[in-house]
Design a protein around this ligand. Sequence first.
Ligand SMILES: CC(C)(COP(=O)(O)OP(=O)(O)OC[C@H]1O[C@@H](n2cnc3c(N)ncnc32)[C@H](O)[C@@H]1OP(=O)(O)O)[C@@H](O)C(=O)NCCC(=O)NCCS
Length: 185
Amino acid sequence: MNDEVFPSLETARLVMREVTASDAPALLAIHADAQAMRWFGVDPPTDLGQAEQIVASFASLRRPPATGVRWALARKEGGALVGTCGLFRWNRLWGTCTTGYELARPAWGQGLMREALQAALGYGFARMSLERVEAQVHPDNAPSLKLLQGLGFVVEGRARAQGRWGGRRHDMLLLGLLESEYRKE
Ligand SMILES: CC(C)(COP(=O)(O)OP(=O)(O)OC[C@H]1O[C@@H](n2cnc3c(N)ncnc32)[C@H](O)[C@@H]1OP(=O)(O)O)[C@@H](O)C(=O)NCCC(=O)NCCS
């Protein structure tokens, strides 16, 4: 991965581009939907300033030495931001990353995140020399588990009380996908 040029990608329906400050209002609308985001792993933002911090945290992944990449997912038709996805906690020595993602509720159920993750994983395995990608998912997050398992991720274990949001601790499932298992479609 070239640290200077953002690795924009394109899928059938999406442009995957850099998250910028002007995305903060759209990100706020997505992340402030507390019911939709209940398993995301952080307390939802309540104002634009907090959404700007989310933008800053995504941008910081790319600061050299890069520890990951987060793509804004914009519809090719009309350009609306429907969510983000990415790879973080990049361990170059081990060739590993963790994946994370979120979609605006009206964009659910259309296979958009599957499309985006296929491109993101393809990039990670081919251009970041990854050999394993992990995900941590709340056991009740059925759509997320189904999405990942459909891409070939395997549930490897349950980490007790690993997460903390909403004023309590949460068990999390650990999933993993090896480069050798990744189905290029
Ligand atoms: C995770 C997320 C991106 C998935 O969105 P999506 O790609 O539109 O996924 P879908 O709504 O198509 O659901 C994926 C699968 O789960 C199934 N599903 C959806 N809700 C379900 C439920 N309550 N129980 C069981 N299965 C369910 C769908 O039928 C679909 O299966 P299919 O591919 O066989 O048709 C979206 O739910 C989201 O943004 N959630 C909030 C953020 C979040 O939780 N991020 C992940 C943190 S680990």
